[in-house]
Design a protein around this ligand. Structure first.
Ligand SMILES: [Zn+2]
Length: 253
C-alpha cells in the first residue's frame, strides 16, 4: 500500500463506503480527488468484493479496497466458497471487511460466530486490519476480536454500550464516525467517550442521511459533527483522523 506516493496531500479519508452502490460514482470520485478525500471501499460478498477490487484498480491512490463477508448475508451464501475467495485475494487489499456479527439477522449466532472466528484468524495470519459490523452483538464482537490475535480493528458505526469503549481501545481497536452521531443517541455517547487518537471518519455511503443518499463527499459532514461534539477545530480533527487512518492501515501490511 503506497499511500504516501500521492502527489496531492490527503486531507480526509472516508474509511467506509459501498462505492459500487453509489450513482454517478465516477463524478463523485473526481470531486473527492479535487477536495483531497481518499476512500476505503468495503465489500460484503464475492460480487461486491470483486467490484471494489475493480474500482480500486481504476482509481489508484484514490480508492483502497477492503473485502469481506457480511454476517447478514450468511443465510444466502456458501460460507466456504466465500472464505476461499477471500483467502485468494487478501494479500492485495488494505483490510478485511466488512465482517462481524448481526444478531438482528436470521442466521444463528453460533453459525455467525464460527464464520467470524475464521475470518478473524485469516486477518491475523495475513496481518490485515479488520472492519467490523456489529448489531446487537457488541460484547461478543469485542470478546472475539480480543481473543483471536487480530492486530488492528475498526468497530464501524459502533452503537453498543459506551462501557465497551475501554475494551475496544485496549484491544487496539478504533471507532469510525459517520453523520448518524447527529441522530443516534447511543452512537453519539460511544464517540463522546472514545479518545480522538482512536477515531477515524466514514460515511457508510450510500446509507441516507436526512432522507438523502450519501456519498464519500459527506465525510465533510462527519468531520463537522465530530468537531462540534469534541469541541475541537475541524482542521485538527481532519489532521488527527487522517493520521490515525495511516497508522491503522499503512503500517500493518
Ligand atoms: Zn457498511
Amino acid at each position: 500500500m503506497q499511500f504516501l506516493q500521492r502527489e496531492k496531500p490527503v486531507l480526509l479519508v472516508d474509511t467506509h463506503s459501498h462505492l459500487y452502490d453509489i450513482p454517478d460514482m465516477e463524478t463523485v470520485l473526481a470531486e473527492a480527488e479535487r477536495r483531497g478525500i481518499i476512500v476505503l471501499g468495503v465489500g460484503e460478498e464475492k460480487v461486491s468484493n470483486q467490484k471494489i477490487l475493480e474500482i480500486s484498480r481504476k482509481f489508484p491512490g484514490l480508492v483502497y479496497p477492503a473485502i469481506g463477508l457480511h454476517p447478514f448475508l450468511l443465510s444466502k451464501l456458501e460460507a466456504e466458497e466465500e472464505i476461499a475467495w477471500l483467502k485468494e485475494h487478501i494479500e492485495s487489499v488494505a483490510a478485511l471487511g466488512e465482517i462481524g456479527l448481526d444478531y438482528k439477522g436470521e442466521v444463528e449466532p453460533e453459525k455467525q460466530k464460527e464464520v467470524f472466528k475464521r475470518l478473524l484468524s485469516l486477518a491475523g495470519e495475513y496481518h490485515k486490519p479488520v472492519i467490523i459490523h456489529s448489531r446487537r452483538a457488541a460484547r461478543d464482537c469485542v470478546e472475539l476480536v480480543k481473543g483471536m490475535g487480530v492486530e488492528k480493528a475498526v468497530f464501524h458505526w459502533f452503537s453498543g454500550s459506551p462501557s465497551l469503549v475501554g475494551d475496544i481501545v485496549s484491544a487496539g481497536g478504533y471507532l469510525s464516525v459517520n453523520p448518524a452521531i447527529g441522530y443516534s443517541h447511543g452512537y453519539k455517547r460511544v464517540i463522546e467517550r472514545a479518545p480522538l487518537e482512536r477515531l477515524i471518519l466514514e460515511t457508510d455511503s450510500p446509507v441516507p442521511y436526512k432522507g438523502k443518499p450519501t456519498t464519500p463527499l459527506e465525510v465533510m459532514l462527519s468531520l463537522q459533527m465530530l468537531s462540534e461534539l469534541k469541541g475541537i477545530p475541524e482542521e485538527d480533527i481532519a489532521c488527527i483522523t487522517t493520521e490515525n487512518f495511516f497508522s491503522l492501515f499503512a503500517q500493518v501490511s
